[in-house]
Ligand binder design. Structure first.
Ligand code: NAD
Ligand code: ZN
Length: 380
């Protein structure tokens, strides 16, 4: 038992009061975990583009005040009633989509879309009682993705926490709790390129470069990176990307450029931009007869995917995935082991480090498209 178990913990959190406005670091009260919940001391968190979309709230439901953050690593402080598989002191990665273990999805080998705990971007409260565990002077503050990791302490459903090797460095593996596992799994578990095949990656941020890393691990011979930001290309070479296309530099659609480069289309494509036009291009650039396209980017809520049905009749496959099809609790420990066994490199994704008090700078880096992942340390 920790000496704070059962008590309200006052601590620092970065609260977002208004769309697109700097977060305010201030004291919040964090209530104890209820049944099946766990209170976690966050050690490190990073920023993923999904946080940015909902903070900007352009094309997404605005829900404020809110505590964002979903890519993180921490240590269990206390557990609520009924939690039997996690204990005080366990090292955990919170995940935006959960695994209850009982529903049809959790029992299916093919799905990670848990009925109970699947991603819900518009919920700002805990599932069990529809209330928030965060408050300031008695006024509730909304949660985000069930994780809200921009806080020294947070409360998470136990089904959204993966217990990991306590020897794994939390300041590195925190990026496995969303972006890197998502991109890696999108390629390895969903696109499944064969050895020697060609793979196009749309969007060369951390998620896209993790998808490229998956293509490299699968033995792809050509990895074509597509991005509107030229500065991404130099960095992407470190991830095995062999060719680059900037759609802005062509006056024909990028899918046509790729078809010309590859004698009719790539074998696989993975879209990691969130932009609807890139999603359509990613689908239309795969080879007819066998090509598979995988959508990963989070679109605006009103975006509509339009393509001619003949593109599907010609035997192209369109798929999509959350969290790279990994079941968070079952599969994440093995992704951490891939890092521990040196099969997966994480250092090259980490381009910035900041202290918690400087969190708004991490937003600036992402808005400007500078660097990949910025690790925010909660300690200083
Ligand atoms: P990021 O901002 O670091 O990278 C996105 C990249 O896409 C940028 O380099 C940008 O220049 C590029 N881009 C934007 N529009 C483009 C276009 N039309 N054509 C080509 N390139 C374009 O973001 P990230 O953190 O790597 O996240 C990437 C996407 O993945 C986001 O949409 C994010 O919300 C999503 N995401 C999805 C899941 C999931 O489970 N499905 C999980 C995490 C993140
Ligand atoms: Zn389930």
């Amino acid at each position: 038992m920790s000496n704070t178990a059962g008590l309200v913990i006052p601590c620092k959190a970065a609260v977002s009061w208004e769309a697109g406005k700097p977060l305010v670091i201030q004291q919040v009260e964090v209530a104890p975990p209820q049944a099946m919940e766990v209170r976690v001391k966050i050690k490190y968190t990073s920023l993923c583009h999904t946080d940015l979309y909902f903070w900007e709230a352009k094309g997404q439901t605005p829900i404020f005040p809110r505590i964002f953050g979903h890519e993180a690593a921490g240590i269990v402080e206390s557990v609520g009633k009924g939690v039997s598989d996690l204990q005080v002191g366990d090292h955990v990665l919170p995940v935006f989509t959960g695994e209850c273990g009982d529903c049809a999805h959790c029992r299916s080998e093919e799905s990670n879309m848990c009925d109970l705990l699947r991603i819900n971007t518009d919920r700002g409260v805990m599932l069990s009682d529809g209330k928030s565990r965060f408050s300031i002077n008695g006024n509730p503050i909304n949660h985000f993705l069930g994780t809200s990791t921009f806080s020294e302490y947070t409360v998470v459903h136990s089904g959204c926490l993966a217990k990991v090797d306590p020897l794994a460095p939390l300041d590195k593996i925190c990026i496995l709790s969303c972006g890197i596992s998502t991109g890696l799994g999108a390629t390895l578990n969903v696109a499944k390129p064969k050895k020697g095949s060609s793979v196009a990656i749309f969007g060369l941020g951390a998620v896209g470069l993790a998808a490229a890393e998956g293509a490299r691990i699968a033995g792809a011979s050509r990895i074509i990176g597509i991005d509107l930001n030229r500065n991404r290309f130099e960095e992407a070479k470190k991830f095995g990307v062999t060719e680059f296309v900037n759609p802005k530099e062509h006056d024909i659609p990028v899918q046509q450029v790729i078809a010309e480069m590859t004698n009719g289309g790539v074998d696989r494509s993975v879209e990691c931009t969130g932009n609807i036009n890139a999603m359509v291009s990613a689908f239309e650039c795969v080879h007819d007869g066998w090509g598979v396209a995988v959508l990963v980017g989070v679109p605006n809520k009103d975006a509509v995917f339009m393509t001619k049905p003949i593109n599907l009749l010609n035997e192209r496959t369109l798929r999509g995935t959350f969290f790279g099809n990994y079941k968070p609790r079952t599969d994440l420990p093995s992704v951490v082991n891939m890092y521990m066994n040196k099969k997966l490199e994480l250092d090259k994704f980490i381009t910035h480090r900041l202290s918690f008090s400087e969190i708004n700078k991490a937003f600036e880096y992402m808005v400007k498209g500078e660097g990949l992942r910025c690790i925010i340390s909660m300690e200083d």
